[in-house]
Design a protein around this ligand. Structure first.
Ligand SMILES: Nc1nc2c(ncn2[C@@H]2O[C@H](COP(=O)(O)OP(=O)(O)OP(=O)(O)O)[C@@H](O)[C@H]2O)c(=O)[nH]1
Ligand SMILES: [Mg+2]
Length: 290
């Protein structure tokens, strides 16, 4: 697997500002990509959040494997953590669900305030997560207007901004933040494959090959069917893409670099089907003991 890392100065700056702002925050809304629910969590966030109630939103569920999404939702839920999978872009019930879940997580404290005759103020939640998972899109959905800038590339949001999204919920938009060293190379490859790492610094052919291997393992036969290839290794798959899509260099040689870009593009846009590239731990263990 190829080794990737992306931790530019603006992320370290954002991390510091987020730590500072957390004092004024009641809870965290952590947005993760439903297609990679483990790789898309930032371990630094756990240290920063220090036991604040958390709502995990698995975004982009419209492109994830529904069976796996349900398993992940269950696996990630705990006493202090609610988890919901959402198509943040299209689900019309987004706002209602997110506001209700946030109020629910803060209910105990709000109840105590009411008992003391205090009218609870709006819940203040920090939207946090790695780049390009849909934090700003989620905020816009709750606000019902385009308050935060969104774009399909990592590193769009650059400053921390409070948005009065709902009378009951104020949301702090934050820049996507990664961490200085990924635990393993697979995490880096998955983050790169789904567009959370700046493409310009990547060896995209290596990323594509790593990802082809992962997809072949989890969804045997899928790519072979789509690209009409036999059972081939990742480089063979890139060559099959070249011949299906007519990607040839001047000398007639297969243009595997372009095939890699095309593959990553189709994967990111969900055109290869609803795929989830990681299984919850217990699933993996089950498989191992079989
Ligand atoms: N299909 C689909 N696309 C989504 C969903 N949520 C977000 N997107 C898209 O993902 C891209 C990134 O969304 P943003 O809201 O800018 O992501 P972000 O987490 O704020 O990114 P940074 O500010 O760069 O950290 C945009 O092109 C969105 O339209 C979703 O649930 N489904
Ligand atoms: Mg953003």
């Amino acid at each position: 697997m190829v080794k990737v890392q992306w931790y530019p100065g603006h992320m370290e700056k954002a991390r510091r500002e987020m730590t500072e702002k957390l004092k004024a925050v009641d809870m965290i809304i952590e947005v993760r990509d439903a297609r990679i629910p483990a790789a898309s969590t930032n371990p630094m966030l756990n240290q920063m959040a220090q036991g604040k109630p958390r709502l995990i939103i698995l975004s982009k569920t419209d492109m994830a494997d529904p069976v796996m999404t349900e398993k992940w939702e269950k696996a990630l839920r705990s006493d202090t953590c609610e988890c919901m999978a959402l198509d943040v872009l299209n689900d019309p019930r987004c706002k209602k669900k997110i506001v209700a879940a946030s109020l629910q997580l803060m209910e105990e404290r709000r109840q105590k305030q009411r008992a003391r005759g205090i009218k609870p103020r709006a819940v203040r939640a920090m939207a946090a997560g790695i780049p390009n998972v849909g934090k700003s899109t989620m905020i816009n959905r709750v606000a019902g207007r385009k308050s935060a800038k969104t774009e399909d590339r990592p590193g769009v949001t650059r400053s921390l901004t409070w948005i009065h999204a709902d009378p009951d919920l104020e949301l702090l938009d934050t820049p996507g933040v990664l961490w200085p060293k990924f635990d393993d190379e697979k995490t880096g490859s998955l983050l790169a494959a789904l567009g959370s790492i700046n493409d310009n610094i990547l060896d995209r052919k290596m990323i594509a090959m790593d990802t082809i291997r992962i997809v072949q393992e989890l969804y045997p036969g899928l790519l072979e069917g789509i690209y009409e290839s036999g059972e081939v290794n990742p480089n063979g798959m890139l060559k099959a893409i070249c011949s299906r899509r007519g990607l040839v260099l001047a000398g007639g040689e297969a243009d595997t670099k372009r095939a890699a870009d095309l593959f990553l593009h189709e994967l990111r846009k969900g055109r290869l089907g609803k795929l989830t590239l990681e299984k919850p731990d217990d699933e993996t263990e089950e498989n191992m003991s079989e």
